[in-house]
Write a protein that binds this ligand. Structure first.
Ligand SMILES: C[C@@H]1N[C@@H](C#Cc2ccccc2)[C@H](O)[C@@H]1O
Length: 438
């Protein structure tokens, strides 16, 4: 055990109601929107190969040239209600929205910089109508905030000189001011999703970041902050020098999903995922492998089966409209969720051996089990292994509860659930109501 002043301040999961609600969300929406949506992955008429929201950095655009995009930000088709209804129809229970991405452009009229929506042709606050619209749909809001801020003169990748140190002190106060400003302006926000915290300059701020996290939690009791915000005094991120999770949930699952329960170390976590391979901001070219509805449903089921949430990213266009492909996916996912969300919402890891046909989830606070089936075996028989003292009381399709399925006991703990219809097609859910063995 290494003595730490700025490591994790809690062992084990948070048990309060706010975090218990977070744990049961199952499915969320991520929104990446900002100036980068205007070029949309193109510059001087040429597609560039990186992530659309990194075009300023990876495409080597001069600061003043990129910054002048602010004068073009006038999203005439922005409709907060429409975004929130799209998320509602998809079945999202929470949304994470970029308030400020790495380029430093603020979607709210911050007092601490001119590089905000207030100085764009749009002028008006974007965050307030969004927070209100999602609140109205009963979807909890998490505010994404990039600590790394390429626009601010005080930002440094590392602190090497006295000048760096003086500049970065100013930047640290700017960061604190903006975070307290966001918590003040949008008091219904349930959490902060931090990004851009990997550079040495920030990693060296263990004490400052620890104090700031404590201050934010005092300012907004119940605030949810993930493992990506700060490092401990040895520079350890996500997990401190004793291997204990920093923050309230693991934020490392970006565009990747754990494979087995051991990978999540008994922590809360969510996976944030793009529809294309690696585009968070709007990219005009809907290119490379675009994940299908079934792929995204399987990712959702896999995340919930391993005790996490799945957060799907949307990158609205520069004019504020959500692209049609994303709207279609939201509707297709929502269609499936209409029938099957009982196996996703307020569900957790079932503690059963994974089988080839798909994923188990278990209703929190109940013994009810769900089998989310993606791969129907040619035998039509779905294998289930239960704990020794448990048998299957009832089994049926969630979509047709009246039609009981035959659960054949193969051995003391193994059963086959025999499907009546083995036609492949849509993923479906079988419900198991276990009972104690007589
Ligand atoms: C949630 C996602 N994190 C951001 C990133 C990144 C990144 C990309 C390359 C190397 C290191 C970090 C993406 O721009 C998006 O906001």
């Amino acid at each position: 055990q290494i003595e730490l002043k700025h490591g994790s301040h809690r062992i084990g999961k948070r048990t309060d109601a706010v975090m218990q609600k977070w744990r049961g969300y199952g499915l969320g929406q991520f929104i990446h929107w900002g100036l980068y949506a205007i070029p949309g992955g193109e510059w001087n008429g040429k597609q560039y190969n990186g992530a659309a929201e990194w075009i300023r950095s990876w495409n080597g655009i001069p600061k003043s040239t990129y910054d002048s995009l602010i004068y073009k930000f006038n999203p005439v088709n922005f409709n907060a209600e429409e975004w929130a209804v799209t998320a509602k129809q998809m079945g999202a229970r929470y949304v994470t929205i970029t308030t400020k991405h790495h380029d430093g452009f603020c979607l709210w009229p911050s007092k601490y910089t001119r590089y905000t929506i207030a100085n764009s042709p749009w002028k008006k606050d974007i965050m307030k109508p969004l927070v209100d619209a999602y609140d109205k749909q009963g979807i909890d809001v998490i505010l994404y905030f990039s600590v790394m801020d390429w626009n601010h003169p005080g930002w440094r990748y590392d602190i090497k000189t006295k000048e760096d140190s003086i500049a970065f002190e100013g930047f640290k106060q700017f960061t604190r001011n903006q975070l307290l400003e966001l918590l003040t302006l949008y008091p219904t926000a349930k959490g902060l999703w931090f990004d851009g915290t990997w550079d040495k300059s920030w990693i060296k701020q263990a004490a400052f970041a620890d104090e700031l996290e404590t201050e934010m939690r005092k300012f907004r009791p119940g605030l949810i902050i993930g493992s990506r915000f700060r490092a401990d005094e040895n520079g350890k991120r996500h997990f401190d020098s004793n291997g204990v999770l920093m923050g309230d949930y693991e934020q490392g699952w970006e565009r990747k999903i754990p494979n087995k329960i051991e990978d999540v170390h008994g922590n809360d976590w969510d996976c944030v995922m793009t529809v294309p391979e690696n585009q968070w901001g709007y990219n005009k070219a809907w290119k490379g492998h675009i994940k299908t509805r079934n792929e995204l449903l399987e990712m959702t089921a896999k995340c919930v089966s391993l005790g996490g949430n799945f957060v799907l990213n949307f990158g609205p266009q520069g004019d504020g409209a959500i692209r049609k492909e994303e709207k279609q996916l939201a509707a297709q996912i929502g269609d499936w969720m209409k029938t099957n969300s009982e196996a996703i919402y307020n569900c957790e890891y079932a503690g059963l051996e994974k089988q080839d046909w798909g994923y188990f989830t278990k209703k929190t606070g109940s013994d009810k089990l769900y089998m989310i089936v993606f791969n129907v075996p040619v035998s039509g028989a779905l294998k289930v292994k239960l704990p020794a003292n448990t048998s299957i009381g009832k089994s049926y399709l969630l979509a047709q509860p009246a039609q009981l399925l035959n659960a054949e006991e193969i051995s003391g703990t193994e059963y086959f659930i025999h499907l009546k219809n083995t036609a492949a097609g849509n993923p479906f859910v079988v419900v198991l109501e276990p009972t104690a063995k007589k």
